[in-house]
Design a protein around this ligand. Structure first.
Ligand code: ASP
Ligand code: MG
Length: 397
């Protein structure tokens, strides 16, 4: 069973098409032509002189998209979004399936919009597990029973009971693979990526990254929670339930070992992992009358933050203050300041980094805090978290 995502930057390009269609800025057709051209180039490279059928099929999908965009849109953005954004996966699977057939593989193309059953929560649809299990076993068994060697389907997309297309949330293709593995009681799942596997840090912020060869489902969920852009917890959960191992491997070096996420926790502590969040703001609130920060204040603070959808990355309280760290790119600092300033002295520091170290030891802490001024440090048995500022460039601190 093969699950395929959209090609290259297609999903982003479709989002641009969607916006243009919605705003009626007159650029929609040009954007559609550009995206078609991108796919036609790939088709030409793959099929050479035998490209006519795939070329026509993909042209037809883009023509349909154009005529859709030539009409007025409805009033539900998220619904229209799903109808358009889902096409990236439809196109990529059509191309790959046709190519495999041309190479004499017995391959069947399966429409995930007839198999993955969801609610109509557009853009973030929830899975109807029971119905999906029923549809999967029927359609996939039918395909394999009729001599197919591989079934190709789309990640990221599904359908409502009314047959309308839904999407599962950006980067949702891995989740589709996990859903199908769960329904089919698969032996294992492999996600093919352009990295060697799961690394212990983002190479963008860290030199000498190390491959995590074997970690537990639980550890993978923890890493994702702290912000590692590894595998989404949504993907891990169904696999964990049925104890199906998840391999992460590189399509650049397919024979290399890669990583495996599985049940055993025995290897989790072998290598420290580092997760950086940049541009953090540390806000601290002190009641103006210097009264203690107690549950009552906390309740009020949390309910405001929850109402404003502000995510706390780390928090700490003392007798007379409550401090919390948030994403500088995602919050309106002035608004937070204005809200709390009646009752609290509000202080904040901007431009900070939050590093989380799983399975830390003293040398790793020293390594990440070189040239950093530390604002706050928290340690539990397995996890150290430090809010700090880079002072190697900014000498005023
Ligand atoms: N194509 C979708 C996206 O870019 C799903 C995925 O890539 O997993 O978000
Ligand atoms: Mg993708």
């Amino acid at each position: 069973m093969v699950v395929i995502s959209a090609m290259g930057k297609t999903t982003n390009a479709l989002e641009a098409i969607m916006k243009s269609f919605w705003n009626g800025d007159g650029k929609t057709n040009q954007l559609i032509d550009d995206l078609n051209k991108f796919h036609q180039q790939i088709i030409a490279e793959l099929f050479g002189d035998n490209k006519a059928a795939a070329e026509a099929e993909v042209n037809r999908i883009f023509e349909e998209l154009k005529s859709r965009c030539a009409q007025a849109h409805g009033d539900n953005y998220n619904f229209e979004y799903d109808q358009i954004i889902s096409l990236g996966e439809v196109i990529s699977t059509k191309i790959v399936a046709a190519f495999l057939v041309s190479q004499n593989f017995k391959t069947a193309w399966m429409d995930a919009r007839k198999v993955i059953r969801t609610t109509d929560r557009w853009r973030e649809a929830n899975i109807d597990w029971e119905k999906t299990e029923e549809l999967v076993s029927k359609q996939i068994n039918d395909a394999f029973n009729s001599g197919t060697q591989s079934v190709i389907t789309q990640g990221f997309i599904g359908h409502t009971p009314e047959g309308l297309t839904t999407t599962l949330g950006r980067e949702g293709s891995d989740f589709t693979a996990a859903i199908l593995a769960y329904c089919l009681n698969a032996e294992d799942v492999t996600i093919w990526k352009d990295v060697p596997g799961m690394l212990n840090a983002d190479p963008k912020y860290f030199d000498n990254t190390v491959l995590l060869e074997k970690i537990s489902f639980r550890e993978a969920i923890e890493l994702a929670y702290f912000g590692a852009s590894v595998i989404h917890p949504k993907t891990i959960q169904p696999l964990k339930k049925k104890n199906i191992p998840l391999h992460v491997k590189s399509f650049i070096d397919p024979h290399a070992k890669g990583s495996v996420i599985q049940a055993s926790i025995d290897f989790d502590a072998n290598i420290p992992s580092f997760i950086f969040k940049m541009n953090q703001v540390l806000i601290s609130l002190t009641p103006k009358d210097f009264s203690f920060v107690v549950e009552e204040n906390l309740e009020e603070i949390f309910s405001y933050l929850n109402k404003e959808s502000i995510r706390i990355h780390l928090m700490q309280n003392s007798a007379v203050s409550f401090s919390f760290c948030v994403d500088g790119d995602k919050v309106d600092l002035k608004k937070i300041f204005d809200h709390f300033t009646g009752q609290y002295f509000v202080k904040y520091n901007e431009g900070l980094e939050l590093v989380t170290i799983r399975h830390y030891d003293q040398p790793t802490i020293e390594r990440v805090t070189v040239d950093k001024k530390i604002y706050l440090e928290q340690k539990s048995r397995h996890t150290a978290r430090i809010v700090m500022k880079d002072v190697s460039v900014d000498t005023n601190n």
